[in-house]
Design a protein around this ligand. Sequence first.
Ligand SMILES: Cc1cc2nc3c(=O)[nH]c(=O)nc-3n(C[C@H](O)[C@H](O)[C@H](O)COP(=O)(O)OP(=O)(O)OC[C@H]3O[C@@H](n4cnc5c(N)ncnc54)[C@H](O)[C@@H]3O)c2cc1C
Ligand SMILES: NC(=O)c1ccc[n+]([C@@H]2O[C@H](COP(=O)([O-])OP(=O)(O)OC[C@H]3O[C@@H](n4cnc5c(N)ncnc54)[C@H](OP(=O)(O)O)[C@@H]3O)[C@@H](O)[C@H]2O)c1
Length: 263
Amino acid sequence: MRPAPTLPDAQTVTEVEHYTDRLFRFRVTRPKSLRFRSGEFVMIGLMGDNGKPLLRAYSIASPSWDEELEFYSIKVPDGPLTSKLQHIKAGDQIILRPKPVGTLVLDALLPGKRLWFFATGTGIAPFASLMRDPDTYERYDEVIMMHCCRDAAELEYGRQLVESLPEDPLIGEFIGDKLKYYPTTTRDDFANKGRITTNLTSGKVFTDLGLGIDRLDPETDRGMVCGSLAFNIDMKEVLEGYGLREGANSDPAEYVVEKAFVD
Ligand SMILES: Cc1cc2nc3c(=O)[nH]c(=O)nc-3n(C[C@H](O)[C@H](O)[C@H](O)COP(=O)(O)OP(=O)(O)OC[C@H]3O[C@@H](n4cnc5c(N)ncnc54)[C@H](O)[C@@H]3O)c2cc1C
Ligand SMILES: NC(=O)c1ccc[n+]([C@@H]2O[C@H](COP(=O)([O-])OP(=O)(O)OC[C@H]3O[C@@H](n4cnc5c(N)ncnc54)[C@H](OP(=O)(O)O)[C@@H]3O)[C@@H](O)[C@H]2O)c1
């Protein structure tokens, strides 16, 4: 039997997995009333030392059909929340405000042929949700996940997830061969190197994936961007250089952007 909630909006941690000394993922119970669109974020946290909730924005990394909720998290050594959150274990409780919001949703994009996910670091979290949503593959013929981190250990969460998807009993048949994965690093000896912006503007990613294109086309290509502020700014410039326009829930267009964290 689950322990009685002692926190406001309490949910129980069901699983925790650590990848590096900076990154971990965890799963929690899902409030019965919580409906969200893949790609959205919620406020989660713990009770602070002052007796008030200490909350931060977190992308939901699990798909909307999942019975539980998954989160993929940084561990900031002196971060008010994550210096504590990194120590949670199964059976502990966290606070989860059930009000999902965000711009990285399929509804904010016009229909197209090819959907690009561009992420640095923990910015892969919303795409971990969208990559597991059948709607993604119903709307697009090709889905390309570009993820860039400083070193290979930081790619591990995404790599394990992507590699598990074709065999997944629930989502595998929707994915077929539509999902292409392009992980890169910038500071170690990984096979595939370079910033996302560089691999787009040089055309390397198009050649390496054998896409038969030499640029993104606003008629067919759609993009979703999630990373640091500097990355988001540079990506906007690259995408607008191809003629893509920024969309929103109320005004769908060719690409959308969200911060993975506040610098
Ligand atoms: C829309 C949105 C969605 C977010 N989704 C996630 C998510 O899914 N997973 C996640 O780990 N964080 C996410 N964040 C960041 C998160 O809200 C917190 O900042 C993070 O949990 C650290 O909290 P903290 O209190 O320990 O430190 P904070 O005081 O919040 O941050 C301290 C410093 O750590 C750095 N930092 C914070 N978060 C990150 C990060 N994710 N990656 C790299 N450096 C970081 C920044 O330099 C920041 O100034 C999101 C932020 C926004 C705005
Ligand atoms: N990752 C770590 O091992 C580490 C360790 C301790 C502290 N930190 C701190 O944590 C914060 C976040 O680090 P992070 O590694 O998660 O994120 P990050 O510094 O944004 O880097 C993540 C990836 O994005 C690339 N990138 C950064 N800016 C870009 C831009 N404008 N355009 C295209 N690509 C860009 C980086 O390439 P480049 O390598 O070319 O910049 C890197 O491969 C930073 O303040 C950092 O100092 C990180």
